[in-house]
Write a protein that binds this ligand. Structure first.
Ligand code: MG
Ligand code: ZN
Length: 189
């Protein structure tokens, strides 16, 4: 059996709007424009859609794990209502000080998903809004795609990836990321 391909998504800044004080409740979760439509389009193709998100707010005790699971359940319900699907969600609850293997830019969450779903990482994609999403993408051999709906790769005022240490494709938003992925698919089926 051939291995499956994944589109890995970061959450904050890709699916929903970033908040400086973290998304701690469902009423703080705001879908970015075009995201539900983009997820519906992915659902028509043969990709696994896997969310990998740092949620240090949990171990900082700003939110508990039950609250996070509740936000994700409601997020998934909206996505499914719109015809999309997120197949799995991985989150890291740790703070940087805990020095875990899963907090991005470490690749732990991606590698765990690759084991659990038998993924072909070299033919997978990672969509994120920050350098810490691009670095693990590069490390696992997947294609990094930077959207500009969040923090931006390096500096907020820089629209591009000029001195980014990781070579990545830069697009506007998740909708454009999906278009780009489908284009690659036509070139290299
Ligand atoms: Mg983000
Ligand atoms: Zn962790």
């Amino acid at each position: 059996m051939t291995k499956r391909r994944a589109i890995f998504l970061d959450r904050d800044g890709v699916i929903n709007a970033n908040r400086l004080d973290h998304v701690k409740r469902w009423d703080e979760f705001v879908f970015l424009p075009g995201v539900l439509d983009a997820l519906r389009q992915i659902a028509a193709r043969d990709f696994l859609v896997i969310l990998a998100t740092n949620q240090a707010a949990i171990n900082r005790r700003l939110m508990d794990e039950t609250a996070l699971r509740e936000i994700h359940a409601r997020m998934n319900a909206e996505i499914e209502r719109a015809g999309g699907c997120i197949h799995a969600i991985y989150f890291c609850p740790h703070t940087p000080e805990e020095n875990c293997d899963c907090r991005k830019p470490r690749p732990g969450m991606y590698l765990q998903a690759a084991r659990e779903f038998d993924l072909d990482l070299a033919r997978s994609y990672v969509v994120g809004d920050a350098l810490r999403d691009m670095e693990p993408a590069h490390a696992i051999g997947a294609q990094p795609i930077l959207v500009q709906t969040g923090q931006g790769c390096h500096r907020q005022d820089e629209d591009g990836c000029g001195d980014c240490p990781v070579e990545c494709v830069v697009v506007q938003d998740l909708r454009q990321a999906v278009e780009w992925i489908f284009q690659q698919d036509r070139v290299t089926p």
